[in-house]
Ligand binder design. Sequence first.
Ligand code: CA
Length: 139
Amino acid sequence: MAAVVLPLASTPTQAAIPVVEFVKVYYDSPGSDRGGNTSLNGEYAVIRNTTKKSIQLEKWILRDVTGYKYRFPRFTLKPGKSVTVRTGQGTDSTTTLYWGRKWYVWNNTGDAAGLYRGSDLKKIDTCSWGRGDISTLCR
Ligand SMILES: [Ca+2]
């Protein structure tokens, strides 16, 4: 029986590109965290549709480590397009959605954002950071 030669190092498996990925989480809004809607909206996450098809985000979940959740409204994310989810209140548009919170959600000292699909709450992508840069580019 011939010996089986194993490779010394296996090629790292390239993680599949999620269908919707975090582009950025701007977790530390400008200035000190004194509250106020403008400051809250200075905090945001950007996600992008990496596919060539429109994706309906209704009931998808965006959440932090603590467990605060944003449930997406009926919203079509077109192929290659991004949408920004701001923490505070505002009127949703084709490019920006508003969580509607009264206080910050993304911790400046470290946190993680998770994105879950609506149909089965499968985790689609995550983006984490520690204390440091003013913004986190997730890709
Ligand atoms: Ca923050």
